[in-house]
Design a protein around this ligand. Structure first.
Ligand code: NAD
Length: 497
């Protein structure tokens, strides 16, 4: 296996960067197929050390006034902005996003840091004087303690940033377990947080796979788990974490429908569908992975859509000249996507744009797939039901809006859905009836920004309080309600002077 000079991949525990000895897993540059780092497989010793460090740092951090906590994140924001290009390069190198995609994702992350800067007002409680005669009532939002984040490969900067800035700003301490496929970005983000002046032990990174996750899920000192990843693991995290008394929010996979009505602006629909389906090589939980062409929309939509897909240039993202679309994460993942497309073909669907044979002359070992469109997909096909997570767009043709909503609502997932139309009535009906937590009207990827919760439903989310927005403040705090009465004098005396 070709190996470039390996980038160090240390854990960050109690303010120290340490590389454990022992087993590792290879980290690839998917553009070239080269191994670029060896991610520590980790174990219980590192879990114990990180949770202990976070636990020891908690009392002082909890006591740090929210304005001072916010100042750390103001400095962090400046540092992330100053190192924007460097972070982009790391994201492109270990994940394969194009520079534009990496930039977009880091902006979304940056907005979460900006959100955390508002923590003094976000932590306000409620207050009512004289709730009963002479009695006052106040809610106080208090941190939980040690919180954990377990993140997927597809957004190496953005998804961790969905979690720890808010958690830490709320007064918690944090242990991040990044994806073992993309561990390098988390290290850079951790170094910048250290430079921003965060006290030692407040933020920690432990690399590894299942044994590390299990150690964190069951550790008695861990209070809350934030997870983002595939549905089976999300369900496992939620079940195991809650069984061990933790608060859990676990985002899972998705299968998102985009409905194109006959009255839609077809040029805009094509543009948005292309970005939604093939942006980030389809490796997005908000990817528009199925287009439903309603009635006459199909004849107008499909020729241009196929043309747009065939025009997408695929190639390495670690060079000056940027392609439209980069590789997928690993060779194994590419093979899984290929086998799902093959299953659709075998079950009777028709491939109308075929990206399977794409070859990149100057990066022959990279993990590439071209944009692929599969027409005539039926609900009973594996391709219709399973998350593909690659540059593959399914097309279904249905007669009317009712049938389109009924089809979208058959999905076990419930992350996103979108409609393209110029008819307000159709848009309203779709937004009300479709079974998904994030809905777009003439917006192909209705992923929410930092101020709004990332509201997956059904198999796309396990838990009660979502990541981002006010729900994240509620998730990372516990409320105390204080009722107080002061003796001396009669009720109503305060008004007498
Ligand atoms: P994954 O579930 O394989 O891995 C996610 C994390 O779980 C990683 O840190 C990994 O080390 C850990 N993990 C993997 N297997 C485990 C096991 N058996 N036990 C304990 N921990 C385990 O997901 P992935 O392939 O890295 O990411 C892609 C998935 O993430 C897709 O399904 C995508 O839809 C989903 N995703 C969802 C959202 C969302 O907000 N809903 C956002 C991004 C990605």
């Amino acid at each position: 296996m070709p190996t470039a000079t390996l980038t160090p991949c240390p854990n960050y525990i109690g303010g120290e960067w340490q590389t454990p000895s022992g087993a590792t897993t290879p980290v690839f540059n998917p553009s070239t197929g080269d191994v670029i780092a060896a991610c520590p497989a980790g174990g219980l010793a590192e879990v114990e050390a990180a949770v202990e460090a976070a636990s020891l740092a908690f009392p002082a951090w909890r006591e740090t006034p929210p304005v001072e906590r916010a100042r750390v994140f103001f400095r962090y924001r400046q540092l992330v902005e100053a190192n924007f290009d460097k972070i982009c390069q790391v994201v492109s190198r270990e994940h394969g996003k194009t520079n534009a995609e990496a930039r977009g994702s880091i902006f979304r992350g940056l907005e979460n840091i900006e959100y955390a800067c508002g923590i003094p007002t976000l932590l306000f409680g409620d207050s009512l004087r004289n709730i009963a005669r002479g009695v006052d009532c106040d809610t106080i939002n208090l941190p939980l303690g040690v919180c954990v984040g377990i993140t997927p490969f597809n957004f190496p900067a953005m998804v961790p940033l969905w979690m720890y800035p808010t958690a830490i700003a709320c007064g918690n301490t944090f242990v991040l377990k990044p994806s073992e496929k993309v561990p390098l970005c988390a290290i850079l983000l951790g170094q910048l947080l250290e430079q921003a002046g965060l006290p030692k032990g407040v933020f920690n990174i432990v690399h590894g796979g299942k044994p590390v996750v299990d150690g964190l899920l069951t550790h008695p000192k861990v209070k809350a788990i934030s997870f983002v990843g595939s549905t089976p693991i999300a369900k496992y995290i939620w079940e195991t974490g809650t069984k061990h008394g933790k608060r859990v929010q676990a985002n899972g996979g998705a299968k998102n429908y985009i409905v194109v009505m006959p009255d839609a602006d077809i040029a805009k629909s094509v543009e948005n569908l292309t970005t939604a389906a093939f942006g980030c090589a389809g490796e997005r939980c908000m990817a528009g992975s199925t287009a439903i062409a309603v009635g006459a929309a199909a004849e107008r939509l499909l020729p241009d859509l196929v043309k747009a897909a065939k025009a997408i240039k695929v190639g390495p993202t670690d060079r000056t000249t940027q392609p439209d679309m980069g590789p997928v994460i690993t060779a194994a993942h590419r093979d899984r996507v290929l086998s799902l497309v093959a299953s659709g073909e075998k079950e009777g669907a028709k491939i109308i744009a075929d990206g399977r044979g794409v070859k990149i002359a100057d990066a022959p070992r990279g993990f590439y797939l071209g944009a692929t469109i599969v027409d005539g997909v039926q609900n009973n096909m594996t391709l219709a039901r399973e998350e593909v997570f690659g540059p593959v767009l399914n097309v279904m043709r249905l007669d009317d809006l009712d049938a389109a909503i009924e089809q979208a609502n058959k999905s076990a997932f419930g992350n996103g859905a979108a409609i393209f139309t110029n008819n307000g009535r159709a848009a309203r009906e779709f937004t009300m009836r479709v079974k998904a937590g994030m809905v777009g009207v003439n917006v192909g990827v209705p992923a929410t920004m930092a101020m709004f919760p990332f509201t997956g439903w059904d198999d796309s989310f396990y838990g009660d309080l979502h990541i981002q927005g006010k729900e994240s403040i509620q998730f990372y705090t516990q409320q105390k309600v204080v009722s107080s009465r002061w003796f001396g004098g009669d009720v109503g005396d305060v008004w007498k002077k």
